[in-house]
Design a protein. Structure first.
Length: 151
């Protein structure tokens, strides 16, 4: 802790990159999770103070749009914003390579806030998985309809 501060310095201080991203958020928002092109992933618990949800709109394996909602500290918000920005325009496979270490490094997160990047990575991975599960379910339902229910 510094001088008379009530909060330890590593919690109170944020990098200029986090501050800039939070001041000019990009990709904040939400999509209809029931839409067949939208995959939704979440990580953390709002009751514990940190929660990240990332949604992806995908067509032909390419992420056309990525949106996030985050509740918690500026590190969580900035990490979710950056993960969404990096995912947009990439294929699902490419977006699946986005790692918390890359997010934390790009945002210059202090060690005490590295978990914020982990929340964003986990939400992104779960959104990809949710979309892929929707596709498998859709393919299964289409085969049932096309065969009249007998396979």
């Amino acid at each position: 802790m510094k001088g008379g501060d009530l909060v330890p310095a590593d919690y109170a201080e944020v990098s200029a990159k986090v501050a800039m991203r939070c001041a000019a958020l990009s990709h904040a928002g939400s999509m209809d999770p029931s839409h067949p092109e939208v995959g939704t992933g979440a990580s953390g618990k709002s009751a514990e103070g940190e929660f990240v949800r990332i949604q992806l709109r995908v067509r032909r394996e390419t992420i056309l749009e990525a949106r996030f909602k985050a509740f918690g500290c500026s590190g969580s918000i900035a990490s979710a914003s950056l993960a969404s920005e990096w995912a947009e325009g990439r294929t699902l496979e490419e977006a699946g390579t986005i790692r918390d270490s890359d997010l934390a490094s790009a945002l210059e997160l202090p060690a005490a806030r590295r978990h914020c990047a982990s929340l964003a990575e986990e939400a992104l991975q779960r959104a990809i998985l949710n979309y892929r599960e929707k596709c498998r379910l859709g393919d299964h339902l289409n085969s049932i309809v096309s065969t009249g229910g007998s396979q």
